[in-house]
Design a protein around this ligand. Sequence first.
Ligand SMILES: Cc1cc2nc3c(=O)[nH]c(=O)nc-3n(C[C@H](O)[C@H](O)[C@H](O)COP(=O)(O)OP(=O)(O)OC[C@H]3O[C@@H](n4cnc5c(N)ncnc54)[C@H](O)[C@@H]3O)c2cc1C
Length: 508
Amino acid sequence: MTSAQPAQSERIDTDVVLIGGGIMSATLGAYLKRLQPQWDIQLFERLDAPGLESSDPWNNAGTGHAALCELNYTPAAKDGSVSPDKAISINEQFQITRQFLSYFVDNKLIGDPKSFINPVPHMSFVWGADHSAYLKTRYDALKPQPLFDTIEFTQDRDQIGQWAPLMVAGRDAGQEIAASRVAGGTDVDFGSLTRQLTEYLKNDGATLHFRHDVTNLSRTSSGAGGSGSGGTGGWEVTVKDLETGKTKHVSARFVFIGAGGGALHLLQKSGIPEGKGFGGFPISGQFLRCTDPAIVDQHLAKAYGQASVGAPPMSVPHLDTRYVGGKRSLLFGPYAGFSTKYLKKGSYLDLPGSVRANNIYPMLAVGAQNLGLVKYLVSEVLKSRSAKDDTLRTFFPEADGANWELITAGQRVQVMKKDAKKGGILQFGTELITAGDGSIAALLGASPGASTAAPIMIELLKRCFPAQFAGWEDKLREIVPSYGQKLNDNPDLLAEVTARTNASLKLA
Ligand SMILES: Cc1cc2nc3c(=O)[nH]c(=O)nc-3n(C[C@H](O)[C@H](O)[C@H](O)COP(=O)(O)OP(=O)(O)OC[C@H]3O[C@@H](n4cnc5c(N)ncnc54)[C@H](O)[C@@H]3O)c2cc1C
């Protein structure tokens, strides 16, 4: 303890600080423990346990996003054509995730895969002539791609009724419907996975601190640097122990801000130039959940539809089978909404507190350009419970709202950033921000989210640890055997990886 610090403070020196106990920190920590086992890792989470914010199974939809059914990855161009490119890149990312998970299961570092991943067919379901024609065009674009060669398409009611009986029974016989389906989709309990990965971290020597709130970050000029890019300095992380009220001063060579919705504030506190100009647009959400086995057992699919006009791409309605805690249930939604909180357990001051001189212009520009989105969110917020049940019945015509409970989902914080032409743009993807010297990184945004933690963290390792990365590649290939190769361009390797990961993860 130095005299300049408050009386009740403790010093910790470490190689790596992970801020936040969600899927992102857990995944990065798991890679680092395998790649550089001797590095000391300290994880700080303000809640009581890991995976309780966005990574909690009921705060997200648990879709293993592989672009098998989500239509926002394959928008129709002005001429009506559909490009498979974005869908291929999303699917390639999920293939990395499958291999990462298989490695941890095969090496008995985490538990039974059934506790966090289960096979659930992925369907796209639309109605109306235009949407049906679009779905057929999408099918034609994806079918020749090796990653999508098992996709099926039909406009036949009986066939759709076999795939998803609840979605056809009681539907207007005159309504034109179409569906596509990939049998090999997945449902993922990212909360369970986060808990198992953090447990692995603990067993392998990392120190986990729960009920610890990171309140500040500042650069240290000398002494630390090294585990990052071999940079010139590290970071002093100030942490409040919420149980004792004491402060911890943690000196770290590398810091990952994996604080989910809390990441923007901490990034701003770091003051790194790469973090300037970013803002966060919070979108809240609700789901309807049904646990009645008589209904639940009649639907085995994640069935995604088309977004409403003005809706953000991630607010596409879907009727999903979920496996959480060994129990099967159904989830429908999300119903988007607006709240100024950046975390579900955050503060209403989060949005106003993030406004800075360097991001106010991009934020205002985004607001002005996205009036359709604002209008959509307002209409969603005002939607009554019976209007929500009506939306459910567009998917499940005979649904009785009494069998469904409304639950609050996690907060998404969409990235707003500077744009030379438009002043500011709203981005629905994920933004990995790294300092020039590799000593700190932050993750903003929420989509495709948890499904892509494994590939995103490889990118982070490459950017932040260039001095070590070449030496890690052999181990990385052990964890992700297809590392560095595109499976869509290599059907034999794809078949091998699919067979191996299906066996390891008990998906087939
Ligand atoms: C409605 C909804 C549906 C979604 N559906 C899907 C889906 O189907 N598939 C998919 O792959 N992804 C989905 N996502 C996205 C996915 O949930 C997120 O991308 C992912 O969980 C983010 O993980 P994370 O570790 O970054 O954040 P989180 O899981 O939110 O973890 C961040 C942690 O940091 C902690 N924290 C914050 N600030 C501090 C601080 N100052 N000090 C200490 N700790 C702090 C928080 O308490 C939290 O535990 C969805 C998200 C939402 C909201």
